[in-house]
Design a protein around this ligand. Sequence first.
Ligand code: AMP
Length: 526
Amino acid sequence: MSSFQDFGLSRRVQQAVDGMGFEEPSPIQAACIPLVLDGRDVIGQAQTGTGKTAAFGIPIVEMVAPEARVQALVLTPTRELAIQVAGEFRKIGKFKRVRTLPIYGGQSIGHQIRALQQGVHVVIGTPGRVLDHIRRGTLRFNDLKMVVLDEADEMLDMGFIEDIETILQETPADRQTMLFSATFTPEIRRLALRYMRNPEHVTVNRGEITVPLTDQVFYKVLERNKLESLCRVIDSEEVQLGIIFCRTKRGVDELVEALLSRGYLVDGLHGDLSQAQRDRVMRKFRNNEIELLVATDVAARGLDVENVTHVVNYDIPQDPESYVHRIGRTGRAGKRGLAITLVTPREFKLLKQIERETKTQIVGREVPSLEDVAERQAEIWRNRLVETIQSGGLGHYRAILGNIVDDYDPIDIACAALKLASAGELEAEQKDEYDFGDTGATPGMVRFFVNIGRTAHIGPADLVRAISEEAGVPGQVVGKIDIFDRFTFVEIEEESAPFVYEALRKSRINGARVNMEPAKPRSRVR
Ligand code: AMP
């Protein structure tokens, strides 16, 4: 098992990585970082969720020189990825004061030019806009040393090959080139052959994977209400002892806080705790003083606890091995456990990969609705009331009630007492996911406006395929589709609409950038 200390990073970069809460390098990082630091060209086969961004981000930040000249260029297929990658770079380069700039179409070019003039170390951009700046002479590569093609397969799918080649030809021939891609197609091979020097091919080693005796389910959740979804899932399960996995130390701390404030019996475990703290948490867990333990992969590795009924992947694991490790914490000693994975629309492909490589089926389940949870909680309170009545000893309270019984309806009094006792718990806000309002859709459906149409060579079949692949929903949830020259209206079943919205709002179909918005009712075409 490697550690970030093994890479010999400079103090300021190491400090930044510590601050990000990463406990140990993910497999792709363990393989890539030393190679990149060594100046090698690298092809990394990895997708979103594996930690690939830091796999090139950490060594690049480590290697940039202090002068604010463009020394590294990262090409990404979409503006969203550019922004995300820039964010990750900013965190890694926080103490080294590495300046990064995302440049993409759709944003004022003037602003980007001004920012470039002020000096940046790393530019992250989409091919079209990068080329635009090269042509204007506002982006110069005299000091460029490193180029990354991120999500290369996506870029090629979108028809960026010519732009990419033009850009690469503009960069110094002695640059270091890194290419990351989820798939390794002949086109990528060709690109690598032409533009990379003796690249090292890194795939995350996948030994034999044996999956323990555990039922496995996943819930599709939205990023923005992941916590709420987690709570609902936990509330709908009989969890006796559960381990919840988070990706980072900070993630553990935040989740513990959030769950404590919602009244769960929970504690956290990660590498920053002292041995004494660790022992205390473990003792509580073993003695059933807590029902849930939130942990990072590293912290959970040495755990030896029996009777874990549930393992919950709050953050999806970064690779199939770690999935298997995590779920192996339950279902031991011949007892069946349940492994639950929360998956956001963007992580859906990683889930599919895990399923493929572990050769198991992870069954999809619906997050319980607020009504389901509310009903369950109401039932719990009714049972408590009945138990309290049956166990007697209420005389003291009868005296406290005094003569308000003469003035008020006993049912009202009981309701008021319940309200006080439940401390608002039973009045959970009835707010669910997105409210798309009236979109002029057929009942039961949500109608979306999509900003591409016939001129982007898109047909109904492309749209249905994109929707079902990106959002991980069956094609049947797509209803009526009206394609016009420059835009499209598409109806999606209400239940799937938030997923489709979150997954497709930031994506591409046939290379065209997609903007998806709930339709306005009056835009209905009759
Ligand atoms: P990526 O695959 O680059 O999109 O990264 C997915 C997520 O994992 C991001 O939120 C990263 O900040 C996070 N991450 C990257 N490396 C690590 C690591 N070694 N430990 C924990 N989290 C990580």
